[in-house]
Design a protein around this ligand. Structure first.
Ligand code: AVI
Length: 319
């Protein structure tokens, strides 16, 4: 059903119209996550071929005593993009923070996760913030003066190009303040076949997740995209160290959105997501560039995924 014009996020319309008119057509990855997209992403996290979620969760479980000892003493845990995280209880259980501050753009998700934490940890006060964590965030004054631990799991940092990732890390530093810590999950570079399998699973769930973006454009923006004319493709871009998701036209096709016509020749693509993979030193350099000094790093035995703890030290540019 076509959403009423008021219900459509004007930023979605603007990003789609601008992105599709670019010489390399692209749409920002955040628009993959409407209700259906979020459900499909949840399904992806349970696929055999998608190793990041289970590897990070296992890593947090096995190394939590060490992580907790270094990361949080009487702190407030601030989670960026709390979503439907299953990793949070591991931290709360081990660290018993003075407060938990989930930040999420979706009020529904936020209320759900706050209620879950409330039920499971009734003694930990929850101060939820409904906000886009890439923009201005105001934390509750209830956490003023508390040491803070930022939590940014899932390798979501990999979905930002390094320049934006650096800006985001600096922004986290501004929100949390000097002396704060950050526990961040980062996916590692590995053989291309495994990376492609993780982003192009045999069950076709990731394909459905990617193609759902076209359904969303048709539904919300009243477009007439022939979805059968596009297929999902995952590509490894070695020079930029990232997996890219594309929607590739399998034949010449055209469609109209808001009176604007877009023409795609067979083989042309819409670039819908980047997922950067870091080596150990590259990951630490990214943190340093973003204002976080790495303190410790944990990886699984195969070295598939890393969880890194950084500290926002006072600025010191010399020597
Ligand atoms: C949310 N993000 C960390 C996922 C990733 O691995 O980059 C999104 C995803 N896209 C396809 N599969 C998973």
């Amino acid at each position: 059903m076509l959403k009423t014009p008021e219900a459509v996020d004007p930023a979605f319309r603007a990003d789609v119209l601008t992105g599709l008119a670019e010489p390399i057509p692209s749409i920002p990855a955040r628009w993959l996550y409407d209700l259906r997209g979020s459900e499909l992403f949840d399904d992806i996290t349970r696929l055999d071929s998608y190793y990041p979620t289970r590897t990070e969760t296992a890593l947090l479980k096995t190394r939590m005593p060490e992580i907790a000892a270094l990361a949080c003493h009487d702190c407030a845990i601030v989670e960026f993009g709390s979503g439907s995280s299953t990793k949070t209880p591991l931290l709360l259980e081990a660290m018993r923070p003075r407060a938990y501050v989930p930040i999420d753009i979706s009020g529904d998700y936020l209320r759900e996760s706050a209620a879950r934490v409330d039920a499971q940890f009734p003694t930990i006060p929850v101060h939820a913030v409904e906000a886009d964590f890439t923009k201005e965030v105001v934390l509750s004054s209830a956490v003023d003066g508390m040491p803070r631990l930022g939590f940014f799991p899932g390798s979501t940092i990999g979905n930002f190009v390094p320049r934006s990732a650096t800006d985001l890390l600096r922004h986290f530093r501004d929100i949390l303040g000097v002396g704060s810590k950050l526990l961040i999950g980062m996916d590692r570079v590995k053989p291309v076949e495994r990376l492609i399998a993780a982003y192009d699973d045999p069950q076709g769930v990731t394909a459905e997740f990617n193609l759902n973006l076209l359904h969303r454009i048709n539904r919300e923006l009243g477009a007439d995209i022939d979805i059968d004319a596009f297929v999902h493709q995952a590509r490894w871009h070695d020079m930029n160290s990232r997996v890219e998701m594309h929607l590739v036209a399998t034949r010449d096709t055209s469609f109209t959105i808001d009176g604007q016509r877009f023409v795609f020749a067979m083989g042309d693509s819409i670039h819908t997501e980047n997922s950067h993979k870091y080596g150990s030193r590259g990951a630490r350099m990214l943190l340093l560039a973003g204002g976080w000094t790495p303190l410790a790093e944990w990886t699984d035995e195969a070295g598939d995924f890393a969880v890194i703890l950084g500290e926002a030290q006072r600025n010191r540019f010399a020597p």
